[in-house]
Every structure is written in C-alpha cells, then in structure tokens.
Design a protein around this ligand. Structure first.
Ligand code: PMP
Length: 400
C-alpha cells in the first residue's frame, strides 16, 4: 500500500474545525445546538469592502498578483501600520498572504530547522504548535495563569528560553483567553528579550481592533523600538475586519525576513486572491474594521456571558479585554457526576456533557494547552447566547 508522510504523525486536523463539522451534522439531523465554539465574528464584511471586490472583478483584476501582493495593498498595509500602530515600514517590509495563518507558516518555514524551539505561551491558539511541528521544530509551552489574567510573566519566559529558542509568540488580544498585554507587560518581556539577541518575536495582532473598556492596543515593536528588527507582525483582515472567508492576512518585518517568506509563498500558493487583495486595500485605507455599534454589541455579549458564567455552579471566569472569547475555569466541575452517573474527569468530558445535555458546543481547554478550562466564543446572536448560557447553568446545576 502507498504510505502517508511521517510528518502526519506529529500533527492533527484542527480540533475546532472537527467539532464544527460534527455539530453541523447534528444540526442537519434536527438538533438545535448553540455554537459557542466558532472562531469568527458573526458580522458581515463591511459593504464598502465588498463593493471594492466587485469593482475589482469588473475591472478585470482577476489575474495573478505579484508574489507579495499588489503594490497598492502593500502601501495600504504600511499606511495602516503607521496610522494605527505608529510604526514605520516601507513596502519591502510587508507581505500579503492567504490569511494570517500563512504569514505564520511562511515565517516558520523560512526560519525553523529540526531541533529549533518556539516558545508558545499557554493557553495558545491551537494553530501554532502544529505549524511548528510541520517545520520539524518543537513548541515549548510557557504557562500563564488566570490570576495573572493569562499574561506571560517575564520570569516564566526566562525559564522557557534555551540555546535552541528561535521564536517567541505573543498574541494579544488573545485567542483563546481574550487577554491583552499592556505597555508594562511588554516592557517586562522586552527586558528579557534584550538579553537573548538570537530570538525572533512573532506578534500575532490579528484581534487588534476587537477590544473593550478603552484598553489601548500596543504591540512589542512600539514599546521596544530597539527590538523592531527581531519582530514579525502577523495581522490580517479575518477577525478585526470580519473577513474570515476572504483569506487575507499580512506580515511586517525586516526585508530580509519578508524576502525569505516570499520565497516560501512562491512555492506554496503564490500571492493571495487578487480580488481579496483589492477588498483589503479598501478595508485598510478606510479602516472598515469592526467598530461602533458592532463593538458595543460584542461588549454587551461579553458582559452578559461573564456575569451568567460567574453565577453558574462550578464555573468562574475573568472579564477579558479583547477578542470574543472567554476562557472559563471548570476546575470545580471535575470529579462531579452527571445525572446518569458518569464522573467528569477532564474538561474534554465536561464539554462533551454540555453538548449532550445542554446542546451547547464549546471547545475544551485541552485543545489550547491549559486545563481544566473551556473556551466560549460569544460571537453569536445575543438572544441565542443568553439561551445557551441558561442551558449551561441548568446542566451544571444537575451535576452532583
Ligand atoms: N492567529 C490567531 C490567534 C487566530 O485566532 C487565527 C484564526 N483563528 C489566526 C491567527 C489565523 O487567521 P486567518 O488565517 O483567518 O487570518
């Protein structure tokens, strides 16, 4: 029999996508499941962004684009970085990719060799470790704690660094916790990183515009300009601009790194969809991100969810400052029994119980490297969210 590649032994199909397919199947069979497991805004892309794509099609912009993206998009990315982040980059410093995911893939393929290590603060977006493993390198997990609001501590970072460390990943606002670094958090990490000049830093800023309570967004290159040449910013339109399906991400870093990323991209996908690029030019130039009433809606949902979760027997959570996730502590659930007598031993089993008993789909903390928790996404209709949270409360109250 023909055989599959050995690299498949180290990676899995993204667990959230698997759960999504399973739940979709249940819904087809008539079950009314609340999807608190999705990683995308429930809002539509801004109509002006869509108009730019239609205009691109009508203008015949349907051919291959230059490898790193059309010049206008690269310029719009530079302008965005200057306007929103106070960072100066020129077009040689930026690349347009097929989603933020490919920014990360290109960067790691261009820099990681077998034996290299990447420090991944846990809990982490499940996309990081497997991309690191595809490159033959090893993720090294640095745990954060809910009492620290899931912010990576400088001493934890220091302990995770070895002479094989090639990258540190920072993701703020964070998937799966919604945590956000402030200036002093980043300054403390910068102090450690200055002592280790061979480490690159990936700043995954993809949730940049989804934040609450006037929490300012800061990224490491702003706080520590002396480290800018070691930073790769990974950002994109998916989350902040409600454009997940357009598959448009962008990276910014030194031209040396960007050149290598372009080489990788040239052998994987070429440039991202030309039509999506023109949509992104409009979205970035006119700053058509999630804002105003949409942000206010997300804020109301966050506060509703935080308050109902903290009134649920056995659960507690922090009030996240950004993204649209809550990472809920379910330690007090572990060891309890379901009405039919099964003992819940892990967060995975608890999530299965919620799916069976409450018709609610959430993601187990085990998928993000920190247990016992689950990730709840509140990017769904507010009334549906409220009904789902009430069902979680009932299901938890039924445990013994
Ligand atoms: N980074 C983080 C933290 C994410 O949550 C995601 C999407 N779930 C991505 C990157 C990739 O997003 P995309 O490829 O859609 O731009």
């Amino acid at each position: 029999m023909p055989q599959f590649a050995a690299r498949l032994n180290t990676i899995v199909t993204a667990e959230a996508s698997q759960l999504l397919s399973e739940v979709k199947e249940m819904q087809r069979n008539g079950r009314d499941i609340a999807m608190l497991c999705v990683g995308e805004p429930d809002f539509d892309t801004h109509p002006r962004t869509g108009d730019a794509a239609k205009a691109a099609i009508d203008a015949g912009a349907t051919k291959y684009a230059p490898l790193a993206g059309v010049h206008e998009l690269r310029q719009a990315i530079c302008d965005k970085l200057r306007r929103d982040n106070g960072l100066n980059f020129t077009v040689e410093n930026v690349i347009a990719c097929t989603g933020g995911k490919q920014v990360i893939y290109n960067a790691f393929m261009a820099t990681l060799d077998p034996g290299d290590e990447v420090i991944v603060p846990a809990p982490y977006w499940a996309g990081y470790p497997d991309v690191i493993r595809i490159c033959g390198a090893a993720p090294v997990f640095a745990e954060t704690r809910d009492v620290d609001d899931f912010i990576l501590r400088a001493d934890t970072l220091e302990c995770a660094i070895s002479d094989r460390t090639k990258w540190l990943i920072l993701n703020s606002p964070s998937n799966p916790t919604g945590a956000m670094h402030d200036r002093s958090d980043l300054e403390a990490l910068a102090d450690v990183l200055r002592r280790h000049p061979d480490i690159w830093i990936l700043c995954d800023d993809i949730y940049e515009h989804i934040r609450f309570d006037d929490a300012p967004f800061v990224t490491l290159a702003q706080v520590a300009p002396d480290l800018k040449d070691r930073v790769l910013i990974a950002n994109g339109c998916s989350k902040s601009y409600a454009m997940t399906g357009w598959r448009l991400g962008f990276g910014a870093g030194t031209s040396e790194l960007i050149d290598r990323m372009i080489t990788i991209q040239s052998q994987v996908t070429l440039a991202p969809s030309t039509i999506s690029q023109w949509a992104a030019v409009r979205a970035l130039e006119e700053n058509l991100s999630i804002q105003g009433e949409q942000l206010a809606t997300l804020l109301r949902r966050r506060d509703l969810a935080v308050s109902m979760l903290n009134q649920t027997a056995g659960l507690n959570c922090n009030r996240p400052k950004g993204a649209f996730y809550i990472y809920v502590n379910c330690a007090r659930i572990i060891g309890r029994s379901t009405p039919d007598g099964r003992v819940i031993e892990t967060d995975r089993e608890f999530c299965r119980y919620l799916l069976d008993a409450a018709d609610v789909a959430v993601m187990p903390g085990a998928a993000y490297g920190l247990s016992p928790y689950f990730r709840l996404s509140y990017a769904i209709d507010t009334e549906e969210l409220e009904r789902a949270l009430a069902r979680i409360q009932t299901a938890c109250a039924a445990l013994r």
